[in-house]
Design a protein around this ligand. Structure first.
Ligand SMILES: Cc1cc2nc3c(=O)[nH]c(=O)nc-3n(C[C@H](O)[C@H](O)[C@H](O)COP(=O)(O)OP(=O)(O)OC[C@H]3O[C@@H](n4cnc5c(N)ncnc54)[C@H](O)[C@@H]3O)c2cc1C
Length: 639
């Protein structure tokens, strides 16, 4: 074991840790900040917020994204909202309650101190975004409005209709563009990071490809930040945009950064069901809909009557029946598994039988269609355009789909990986959501990381270390560039028969079937045979047309899918070793008599941080024990 996992946890009482840590961290003198250069890969909520804030502080920032504009980062897709413990509703919320809900929601597989800090910072995020002009929904009297999300019994979710991510991203984007105009941030759109450069154990730069001209370039800096999003696209079918990928974090893993809890992926219960073989994208219907929509299936298996013809007595509102306290707002992992269970029993609806109803008829009767339209109008319209069914008149059909990845690069309390100088923020790190993320907590985490945590902790790193001057003639840069060139040429020279997409689709099905909503030992072992075979075939038979010196999307995708082929294997290795069930990781061998996830705290209360041991070698498992001093580990119950 070579990786040293030191979480750098501050001492002291939980509620004081972050303040105390901020006081104890070293500062960079304002006049010296411009002497430090920082690379930020990613311009989503995490990366965009970090780039704008660090530049505002005076650092010299370079920001990279593969889209044509930072405001097209995938954060733009977020619909339902962002949590914050403002307690505007006076319904019993507090920082401690948000902390508790989040750590319990994650099935006690996250660090207490990180999650507490997240709850503390949640209130600052709302102030920051309001000051930027983000148009959050408001009550009649002018106060910001809230709604409920899964896993909570209070209303603490701030929202801008069903477009919260877009509005928050516009806020971060305008702050970023201001810095671009000032000259503090140099923006590199349509530029993909293809490798990390590590010199003397420190991250000192990246190698990129200009996606328009194909030029391979080296960028040197004093620190590198990855805010490159999640890797749910490994499943091929997911709610993520097609471009989302794992390349940046996977390249960093292969350069020494530990990858934590890769098998912790989130399956979201409310997505539009798959409709056919050739579909390449799934669409989320926001969790916010479960505030007013009721989830049900027919009581009898094989009941194919139209929803309107099934009387109340023949309906099973299974979430309300099984979890009376939380009802339709049970957390995502639980709602997803229950939907799968009723479909496996033959009670699913729609042509494929892989669907459950999300029914608004009661809410429309109670509140009127106009109120429902005001709350969810754009989501209803999206649903109707995709399915050609009017959800004001017939219930929506929904089914779980891959949505988010709780795993990611391991980071300490300062959001630094085990590679000095390499910081990881937003969905790309593994930090705060444990084994299951609660709804509306990803935006909170990405913005806490970017606006409030990293700007402090990165300064501490720079002020605490003497960094040698390096330039891109350093052998480590030359070696990384050569590796990128060779890999690119290899893709182009295979001239095989199968498209990249066909390999991606096949890989995704293997991961979904054996490492998806539930997993067992036999299935995972089978997946671990299938994935290397598929990977070997990929490198033998993939077809990547065109050249490297032009816009070549087949080439871009080939690189991303090649990385998914390796990451998928690590996910299955991680899932196989964790013989307990927890959150989104449901091991069929480990369940309570009622079929709920059964943790094994004696053996698995740790973050599993995997270390790359070399090509063809088994990865090495490092464990960061999780200590719970403030909350009592209990069987999660939402009944
Ligand atoms: C449909 C949908 C709805 C959601 N709704 C909600 C919600 O209501 N509330 C909530 O809290 N969360 C929600 N989420 C989750 C949340 O949106 C994401 O977790 C979050 O926005 C991720 O932000 P990020 O900044 O970490 O990454 P992203 O926004 O994905 O940004 C990644 C950035 O990295 C760049 N990048 C990636 N790889 C490279 C590379 N190799 N080289 C260069 N650049 C690279 C991209 O160009 C992009 O700029 C939703 C997610 C989806 C898919």
């Amino acid at each position: 074991m070579t990786v040293k996992l030191d979480a750098k946890m501050p001492t002291g009482a939980l509620a004081q840790k972050w303040d105390k840590h901020r006081f104890e961290m070293k500062l960079v003198n304002p006049a010296n900040k411009r002497k430090y250069s920082i690379i930020i890969v990613g311009s989503g909520l995490a990366g965009g917020a970090a780039a704008a804030t660090l530049s505002e502080l005076g650092y010299d920032v370079k920001c990279f994204c593969f889209q044509d504009s930072p405001r097209r980062a995938h954060s733009i897709a977020a619909q339902g909202g962002i949590n914050a413990a403002k307690n505007y509703q006076n319904d019993g919320d507090s920082i401690y309650r948000l902390f508790y809900d989040t750590i319990k929601g994650g099935d006690f597989r996250a660090r207490e101190a990180n999650v507490y800090r997240l709850a503390q910072l949640s209130v600052n995020i709302i102030d920051q975004c309001v000051a930027q002009g983000v148009p959050f929904a408001r009550e009649y009297g002018g106060l910001l409005a809230n709604r409920s999300f899964g896993g909570a019994q209070v209303s603490r979710t701030f929202y801008a209709r069903g477009q919260t991510g877009q509005q928050l991203l516009l806020g971060a984007y305008q702050a970023l563009e201001r810095q671009v105009a000032r000259g503090g941030v140099k923006m590199f759109p349509r530029t993909e990071m293809l490798d990390l450069v590590v010199i003397d154990g420190r991250a000192r730069g990246i190698i990129t490809r200009d996606l328009v001209t194909g030029a391979i370039e080296s960028h040197v800096a004093d620190a590198v930040v990855l805010g490159t999003g999640g890797y749910g696209n490994v499943f091929f079918l997911s709610t993520n945009a097609q471009g989302t990928n794992a390349t940046a974090i996977w390249r960093a893993y292969k350069r020494g950064a530990a990858f934590a809890n890769p098998c912790f992926t989130q399956i979201h219960p409310t997505c539009i069901p798959v409709s056919g073989e050739y579909q390449s994208k799934l669409t989320l219907m926001s969790e916010s809909l479960r505030n007013d929509g009721r989830v049900w299936v027919p009581i009898k298996a094989g009941d194919k009557r139209a929803a309107a013809d099934i009387p109340e007595t023949d309906r099973d509102y299974f979430l309300e029946r099984k979890y009376p306290s939380f009802g339709n707002l049970a957390p995502r992992d639980i709602a997803s598994r229950n939907a799968k269970e009723v479909c496996d029993e033959g009670r699913g609806v729609g042509e494929s039988g892989l669907g459950v109803y999300l029914d608004f008829s009661d809410a429309i009767k109670r509140l009127g269609a106009d109120v429902i339209r005001e709350r969810y109008g754009n989501l209803f319209e999206m649903y109707q355009r995709i399915t050609d069914e009017n959800p004001y008149q017939v219930p929506m059909r929904i089914y779980p789909a891959v949505h988010y990845t709780m795993g990611g690069l391991w980071v300490d309390y300062n959001l630094m990986s085990n590679v000095d100088g390499l910081h990881v923020i937003g969905e790309a790190n593994f930090s705060d959501h444990g084994a299951n993320r609660l709804g509306a907590s990803a935006l909170m985490q990405g913005l806490a990381d970017g606006y409030f945590i990293l700007p402090n902790t990165l300064g501490h790193y720079l002020a605490s270390n003497k960094l040698e001057k390096v330039d891109d003639s350093h052998p480590a840069f030359r070696e990384a560039r050569t590796a990128v060139d060779e890999r690119t040429n290899r893709f182009l020279s295979i001239n095989g028969k199968r498209t990249v997409a066909s390999f991606h689709r096949e890989l995704g099905k293997v991961v979904w079937d054996y490492c998806g909503m539930s997993r067992n030992e036999a299935g995972l072992r089978l997946a671990l045979e299938k994935i290397p075979q598929l990977r070997a075939e990929f490198w033998r038979d993939v077809n990547v047309p065109g050249s490297a010196a032009e816009l070549n999307q087949a080439l871009e995708r080939a690189g991303r899918v090649a990385d998914f082929m390796e990451l998928a294997e690590l996910m299955c290795i991680d899932a196989l070793h964790r013989t307990e069930s927890c959150g989104g990781h449901f091991r069929e061998e480990s369940q309570t008599p009622e079929g709920e996830a059964l943790r094994d705290d004696a053996n698995f209360t740790y973050a599993a941080a995997w270390e790359f041991a070399g090509e063809g070698k088994a990865p090495v498992l490092n464990r960061e024990p999780l200590l719970f001093e403030n909350v009592k580990l209990s069987q999660r119950s939402y009944k």
